[in-house]
Design a protein around this ligand. Structure first.
Ligand code: KIV
Ligand code: ZN
Length: 387
C-alpha cells in the first residue's frame, strides 16, 4: 500500500492517552473529544478498551454511534472474550474496526508464558476470530521493536493471512531510533509475503524524545498510518504528538511529500480541551501548541518579526488556529516592539517621549517577568504627568 502518499491519522488520545496515570476523562469529556477529533479530519479514532470497564464500553459504543466520518476502533487483547466485547462496542459505527494485539518480544512472551509456536497459533486464531466479526481488523505485535526479526516476520505474515488489513508496528517503550524505524517498516514490507496488500502503521512512544522523528521516519519507510495523541498525551513520556506529525508533514512537504486530511486550524482548540479535561497542562515550550510556540520576547527577534514574520517562524500561527504571533514585552525586548505595542494601545509617541518611556520600561522589566498592557499604560501616563 505504499503506492499512495496519503497518510492516515489514527488518534489514540482516548485509549493510550487516557492510560496516563491521572488523565482519566469523564464520559461526557470523551464524547466531546471524539467529536472534535472527527471534525478535524482524524481518519481512525481509537475510542477505548471496551473490556477494561463498563465506562469504557459505554464510551466506545456511544462514540461509535455518534461518529460522522471517522472509523471507530476499540482495543482488545488476544482472546475471544476481549474481541467479542470490542465488537459489541464498535459495531454501532458506520465504519468499525477491531484492534487486537499481543506482546511478541521475549520479555512480553514470558508474561503469558507462551512459546513461539503457541503464540503464533494464538495470533492466527484471534485475528481469524476478529475477522469473522468485522471486515476491518488491525493487529499489533506489542514491543515489535524488541522482537526478534525472524519471529516478527513470521507473526506479521500469520496476521495478514488470517485477515488483518492494518499491521501496526509499536515501539512500545520508545526504544527505537529514526534510521531503525524507517528500515524496520521498509524491510517488513520487502520481506513478508502479502505485506503489499495491507497498510503498515507506526505507533511510537516518547521515552527517549524520538517519537515524532521515529514516526516520520517510519512514513519514509512505507508506513501509511501514524498513531498519535493530542499533545503527545500517553503513559510515561507519552505517545507521538498528532500536532507535531501533521505540522511537520505540512511545513516540510518539500522533502516529505505526504498528505493528511487534518484541518490544522482546529489543532489549538482541541489541544486546549485535551489539556483541560485530562488535567495535563501543555509545557510552555511544547512544539506547535505550547504557550511560547509563537511568542518572541527578545529585541532582535521582535524587530525581525515586525519586519517579516518568516525571520523567526517556520509556520503561521493562523495555520494551527491562533489569531497571530505574540510579542510579549520583557527585559529582552527592544524599542521597536515597545513602539508597536504602544501604538496598538493607541499611543503614538514622539521619539523623545518614547525614549523616556523605554528607560522606565526597562527598569520595570528588570523587576518583573513580563510587562503587561496595564503596566505600559501606567508608564505612559507617568511620563505625561512627569511623575
Ligand atoms: O504501545 C503499544 O504497544 C500499544 C499497543 C496496545 C498497540 O499501545
Ligand atoms: Zn502505546
Amino acid at each position: 500500500m505504499t503506492d499512495t502518499n496519503d497518510v492516515l491519522i489514527f488518534d489514540t488520545t482516548l485509549r493510550d492517552g487516557e492510560q496516563s496515570p491521572g488523565a482519566t476523562m469523564t464520559h461526557a469529556e470523551k464524547l466531546e473529544i471524539a467529536e472534535l477529533l472527527d471534525e478535524m479530519g482524524v481518519d481512525i479514532i481509537e475510542a477505548g478498551f471496551p473490556i477494561a470497564s463498563e465506562g469504557d464500553f459505554k464510551a466506545v459504543s456511544e462514540i461509535a454511534a455518534a461518529a460522522k466520518s471517522a472509523t471507530i476502533c476499540g482495543l482488545a487483547r488476544a482472546n475471544y472474550k476481549d474481541i467479542d466485547r470490542c465488537w459489541e462496542a464498535v459495531k454501532h459505527a458506520k465504519s468499525p474496526r477491531i484492534h487486537t494485539f499481543i506482546g511478541t518480544s521475549p520479555l512480553h512472551r514470558a508474561i503469558p508464558n507462551l512459546n513461539m509456536d503457541e503464540m503464533a497459533e494464538r495470533i492466527h486464531d484471534t485475528v481469524t476470530h476478529a475477522r469473522n466479526l468485522c471486515d476491518n481488523v488491525q493487529w499489533s505485535p506489542m514491543d515489535a521493536t524488541r522482537t526478534e526479526w525472524d519471529y516478527l516476520c513470521r507473526v506479521v505474515e500469520i496476521a495478514i493471512k488470517a485477515g488483518a488489513s492494518t499491521i501496526n508496528i509499536p515501539d512500545t517503550v520508545g526504544y527505537t531510533a529514526p534510521v531503525e524505524s524507517a528500515d524496520l517498516i521498509r524491510n517488513l514490507i520487502a520481506t513478508v509475503p502479502g505485506a503489499d496488500e495491507v497498510i503498515f502503521a507506526t505507533h511510537c512512544h516518547n521515552d527517549l524524545g524520538m517519537a515524532t522523528a521515529n514516526s516520520l521516519a517510519a512514513v519514509e519507510g512505507g508506513a501509511r498510518q501514524v498513531e498519535c495523541t493530542i499533545n503527545g498525551l500517553g503513559e510515561r513520556a507519552g505517545n507521538t504528538a498528532l500536532e507535531e506529525v501533521v505540522m511537520a508533514l505540512k511545513v516540510r512537504a518539500d522533502i516529505m511529500p505526504y498528505t493528511t486530511k487534518i484541518d490544522t486550524t482546529k489543532i489549538m482548540n482541541i489541544s486546549r480541551r485535551v489539556a483541560t479535561v485530562s488535567g495535563f497542562a501543555v509545557q510552555f515550550n511544547k512544539a506547535i501548541v505550547g504557550k511560547n510556540a509563537f511568542a518572541h520576547e527578545s529585541g532582535i527577534h521582535q524587530d525581525g518579526m515586525l519586519k517579516n514574520r518568516e525571520t523567526f517562524e517556520v509556520m503561521k500561527p493562523e495555520d494551527v488556529g491562533l489569531t497571530g504571533t505574540s510579542l510579549p514585552l520583557g527585559k529582552h525586548s527592544g524599542r521597536a516592539a515597545l513602539r508597536a505595542k504602544l501604538s496598538e494601545l493607541g499611543f503614538d509617541l514622539a521619539d523623545n517621549q518614547l525614549k523616556d518611556v523605554f528607560v522606565r520600561f526597562k527598569d520595570l522589566a528588570d523587576r518583573k517577568k513580563e510587562v503587561f498592557d496595564d503596566d505600559l499604560m501606567a508608564l505612559v501616563s507617568q511620563n505625561e504627568t512627569g511623575e
